[in-house]
Ligand binder design. Structure first.
Ligand code: GLN
Length: 201
């Protein structure tokens, strides 16, 4: 099983390492031929408007939209969540996104006071198994999910502090997205969750 990490911009290396730690073959994806060769794709954190522009420059936008429509399993973290969403609030008018996940997300939603923070989360499908500790979630200028369509499952919400109740992890079919960055914590359970999604797809 080969899983790609979109490598135009953002924290690519950390995702490659986390996927490899889960036993997947992890490869950076910058060209259409590389995209064709993967069974799943991670879209990393970074800057969604820059990533949007680079998808055009690298001629990957149309091929990626097509593969997602054909059911390619995908996991977007932070800026990657923004890229996968169907509707983005507080973005630039010229920013393009991939429309693979029926959610409305708000960019930089947590506000200036709490631009970056960490918290422990319950995560459906991970922490509800016996003996599992919470998932440590690191948020860096993160988006949150404001609305979810009918086919979207909420996997995690913030349970304390000023952002309590905000939706920060969702899944719709083969598409997974988190507002936070599991690749920086050394805990690979969210990547394992995605690798399992790719394996069963
Ligand atoms: N704020 C960034 C954006 O809008 C996302 C930040 C991140 O990926 N850590 O794309």
């Amino acid at each position: 099983m080969r899983i790609g990490v979109l490598a135009l911009q953002g924290d690519v290396r950390e995702h490659v390492a986390a996927l490899a730690a889960c036993g997947a073959e992890a490869v950076p994806v910058r060209r259409e031929s590389e995209l064709d060769a993967v069974d799943g794709l991670v879209i990393p954190g970074g800057e969604s408007t820059a990533m949007s522009r680079l998808l055009g420059v690298f001629e990957l936008y149309d091929p990626l939209v097509k593969r997602l429509r054909d059911g390619l399993p995908a996991y977007g973290s932070c800026a990657g969540m923004i890229m996968l969403a169907s509707k983005i609030l507080d973005t630039r008018p010229d920013a393009r996104h991939l429309d693979a996940l029926d959610v409305t997300v708000r960019r930089n939603a947590f506000g200036r006071q709490v631009e970056s923070f960490e918290t422990d989360l319950s995560f459906a499908g991970i922490t509800d198994r016996p003996g599992e500790r919470p998932v440590r979630a690191v948020f860096i200028r993160a988006p949150w999910v404001e609305e979810t369509g009918p086919g979207v499952q909420v996997l995690a919400t913030v349970d304390r502090g000023p952002a309590a109740g905000r939706v920060v992890a969702v899944r719709q079919g083969n598409v997974l997205a988190t507002s936070f960055h599991p690749e920086v914590t050394g805990d690979v359970r969210v990547h394992e969750f995605f690798v399992d999604m790719v394996a069963t797809a």
